[in-house]
Design a binder for this molecule. Structure first.
Ligand SMILES: [Zn+2]
Length: 116
């Protein structure tokens, strides 16, 4: 079995998983500034409703992408166990942490010394 910390596809899967999470949280965080900016710039409720509809669509896409992201270790959905998504920092099935592929500098150094 390959070492998950050095396996490139494993690392890429973890990066993709983190990217999907950042996209979700980013979309949620920009809500207030975007709506405020839309009201400020356009001064129109109708235009702001369109901005809101676009934001809502992006949130739906982000929620679904993050909810159905697969765990690289166990192969199950990382955030979903059953029908309810839980956007925790570890897999709801195998408890793999979202940053598990990036070792701290000290651990990485000792690992290099022990490997042949
Ligand atoms: Zn897992």
């Amino acid at each position: 079995m390959s070492d998950p910390t050095t396996d490139l596809s494993y690392t890429q899967a973890m990066k993709r998983l983190r990217h999907r999470r950042w996209f979700l949280w980013g979309i949620i965080l920009i809500y207030v500034p975007v709506i405020w900016l839309s009201l400020r710039v356009t001064g129109s409720d109708r235009a702001t409703a369109i901005v809101f509809a676009v934001w809502l669509l992006l949130v739906c896409v982000a929620v679904v992408r993050a909810a159905f992201a697969l765990c690289p270790r166990c192969g199950n959905t990382f955030h979903m166990n059953g029908f309810v998504p839980l956007y925790l920092r570890q897999c709801v099935h195998c408890q793999l942490h979202i940053t598990e592929d990036s070792l701290p500098a000290e651990e990485a150094d000792t690992e290099e010394e022990t490997s042949p």
